[in-house]
Design a protein around this ligand. Sequence first.
Ligand code: CA
Length: 725
Amino acid sequence: MGTNSKYSLSNGNTYPLIGVPWGMHYWTPQTGKNGDGWQYSYTADKIVGLKQTHQPSPWMNDYGQFSIMPVNGLKFTEEKRASWFSHKAEVASPYYYNVYLADAGVTAELTPTERAALMRFTYPKSDSTFIVVDAYNKGSYIKIIPEQQKIIGYSSKNSGGVAPGFKNYFVIYFDKAFTVSKTWRANVLVSDSLEISADHAGAIVGFKTNNKEQINVRVASSFISFEQAEINLQKELATKNFETIKTASKNAWNKELSKIKVEGGSLDQRRTFYSCLYRTLQFPQKHYEITADNNVVHYSPYNGKVLPGYLYAGTGFWDTFRALYPFLNLLYPSINIEMQQGLINAYKEGGWLPEWSSPGYRNVMIGNNSASVVADAYIKGLRGYDIDVLYEALKHGAGNEGPLDAVGRRGVEYYNSLGYVPYDVKINENAARTLEYAYDDFCIAQLAKKLGKPQTEIDLYSTRSFNYRKLFDNESKLMRGKNKDGSFQSPFNPFKWGDAFTEGNSWHYSWSVFQDIEGLKNLMGGNAAFVNMLDSVFKMEPIFDDSYYGSTIHEIREMQIMNMGQYAHGNQPIQHMPYLYNYAGQPWKSQYWIREVMNKLYQPTPDGYCGDEDNGQTSAWYVFSALGFYPVTPASNQYVLGTPLFNKATLYLDNGKQIVINAPNNSNDKRYVHSLFFNGKNHNQNWLNHFDLMKGAVLNYQMSATPNIKRGTTKTAYPFSLSNQ
Ligand code: CA
């Protein structure tokens, strides 16, 4: 799902990710050129290698990657070793990959563990079969040790976000002796040495094979050392056979995927649901390793040292604060406790919380949304880590510009003195920054309250939570960039993407007041005016001004082609917006549009997403929405109601309790909530309380073909907003 994507149009920008949940290394068949972010394209004809990858998205690209490829003949360059393949002769599952590499006549199989993988190549009869190892360019090393049937090496390729000296050390064992051993450098075979360091180093080893003869390849790697790579291999593969590893890897997925059981719906809806759930369990990746003495250690991309404790890498909080992290807090809290410990380490080692880690600080996107990730976890009850250090880290990030634009707060002095980042002071995407800082301040204030911090601190951040008001333009009823002198930006085109906003226009970003939808509603003119504004998003023509970018970026194209007006579900800023009718007495319109988005914009197909999936965020939207609720305001205790998709869903919580969601008469024709009973009591609110759910709960829905225009219409039904506190 999502693999049929390209630079100009993203249908997900995913790749077939073969690994175990949150594993340190993933694997994918590589169809693109070395270094191309589009490492797998569904429409490609040829595979050039089975690639170890840590790539969160094509836009971030990869690090530490290398690949292994069976071939027929002494062919090692990308072009010559590439083999035709067919999806009809390919099995792609989370825990197992199988493809027939036609030009080599080899069936290649792969099954992974957290830090290793087992490959099995079934060869034809030949005295000229080979396996190529490609350690990529930008500084790599290879050593062939024929007497041990072993190749070691490292890849230091990266896309930034690492300390000097970064390497991914790999060890590869073969269960058959080599008849030929050669290293290669770029396009040239090296005849005189089994050990080379080069910009682009590789190995090719040969075998004589009988018909259907299988060669097993055991591979593990480490960001720490060759010794640790050997330990990773011993711990995870040892001498276990292919079927044993495959079964264990399948079980690892089923353990996590079975935390939600859905019943009813169509086969396509169930496939979409579990495909989305699979995508929520991948990033950020474990970036730590286990020593021989069973201690947790990690290579720090922040300072280059090997240090004790957890670390995770590969997520952009701008995307994932919205639904992915709240989803972990509901169903997978223990993994997020490790992630929070990793954030503490990142702060200690690099001086800042990362906003986009891959694996260390990357300079993309905006905001200071680590505040949401940290606050939501603690407020939702996660414990077992030093929250005071994280609170200090949040204050540090909120109060300072970082060494990169994308850590700390760019324009913080303006924000703190004026209450907004001005449009005319050469800080781009200033209105988006202001809106996100104000929400982030709300998160810090909520955490400060929970931790009993001094009232002056609580007040400071609480007051700043209302800074969104500074950018509200009464004339357009939208958020608008504001100059240093207090005048609004002019000219102002609410359909202009970027500029004052980030990968969206004012119609997308004006809803980014997660903490106070009631306050936003009142600025827009109350219930009727607010609903009219929401309706307008879906009704307007999908016109756009792309002059800020100079071309039509893919996110714009994805909005333009969906026939949903200005609604741009393919990118994150507006994804919570369909839920906002709940704050204005017309929850049935939320129900209508949420079901519409689920039905239309998600399919269990290679073009099944409507834009970048983005490391679990766009998938978590679907998973939450299919369950019937969504965290519009992380760092509050509430989920806002939508419309459940299935006849029944059961959530198995970490604490042993269950949430059962029954909607027995649910169907595509009955998308509206007629009534909801929560633990047997009529539930008239348009929200659910997190802690009520965590006690175990039964939700009984009566669905209907027509809206119940009496349910959820009064102010007492509205979800959390700061202005109502
Ligand atoms: Ca995005």
